[in-house]
Design a protein around this ligand. Sequence first.
Ligand code: XLS
Ligand code: NI
Ligand code: NI
Length: 437
Amino acid sequence: MKPAFPKIRPIPYEGPTSRNPLAFKHYNADEIVEGKTLRDHLRFAVVYWHTFRGTGSDPFGMGTMQRPWDDGSHSVANAQKRVRVAFEFIEKLGAPFYSWHDRDVAPEGRTLAESNRNLDAVAKVLKEEQQRTGIKLLWGTANAFSHSRYVHGAATSCNADVFAYAAAQVKKAMEVTHQLGGAGYTFWGGREGYQTLLNTDMKREQAHLAKLLHLAVAYKKQIGFKGQFYIEPKPKEPTKHQYDSDAAACLNFLREHDLLPHFKLNIETNHATLAGHTMQHELEVAGAAGALGSIDANTGDELLGWDTDQFPTSIYLTTYTMLSVLKYGGFKTGGVNFDAKVRRESFEPVDLFHAHIGAMDAFARGLKIAAAIRKDGRLAEFVKQRYASWDGGMGAKIEAGQVGFKELEAYMLKKGEVAANVSGRQEFLENLINEFI
Ligand code: XLS
Ligand code: NI
Ligand code: NI
């Protein structure tokens, strides 16, 4: 096969003074930060759906992407050829991982059996290319939202047959993920929510979603798949409300249905903002619960308010993200998965390189800045000092459960008024962060 990107050589690291748009300025994969290479900290992954299946269509217009290697057909042969192109791209970029939905990599057939055969035929090529390049699968997932059968949702559909179909589809996607040595498997509730409560039995739908996840946990054990399961929170789009609306809602759902030990969260930046949160907020909620698994790295346009899935370039965003990731011990099975798409106006193949190179550089900078802030220690020390009243005296007794309301009343009656409050120093801290940016 002729190369799809003949003019592009493997992307080198040239350092911050380079003016070469096809070189890294900050992502030096072998550089060590906090005892680990950048490659192992960031575990970059390229997503198959946006990068190799995105057409650039939007609600107002048709696709714009120039993808000369793609014949536009739904044939298995075209899908297999696309795999070679994808791996040429990922290899030249130097990303160690990729991720997919079943229906991105292989075409949906006329029957479930045909869809499964198509997936097997493409998975064979995925495996060959993984072995040839050493690129690994970060996670797989099933697209149980695009086909019209999923009009009312998948696991949460009012139609029990749809649940059965979704279960069969997830089963197959898990098997293929397992065959390809996937480090994880993600559940994003594409249409697991409602458009109107007038026609919705919310309790029953949520119980069905939990049922599907329990069946997946059981099947995982049965086939010996050791990868990490993730839930990806998102509040809306395509439905008005999705049950996995944010990290806190997902954690509550998982706890209520005895699923928490089996899942971690895959936090996506643009989903956080759609939920009215910052990425940092979602990462802290997940991290505090011991459930920070992976991230879908992108960014939204705050003025548009849609899930625009843009490539992340803000150094503040990547710095705050990596501060939280480092705080909770770094990625184990997860990574920085670029669930992002080039703009409709960026239709040439080379734009795919610019987008990923810039985002990888932005994360490399965020990581180095976060590590420098941690090494400096002033931020952590400030937070520690802010809670010093809990480290001894009455604070320590409250935390240890040694006092009740009676003792607390007696303490305050004697003292009369609280010890003086001190400033939160937000502006001082914001300035401190800017010292490192
Ligand atoms: C869509 C989601 C999706 C998941 C995988 O908004 O981000 O791409 O990451 O199904
Ligand atoms: Ni995502
Ligand atoms: Ni998204």
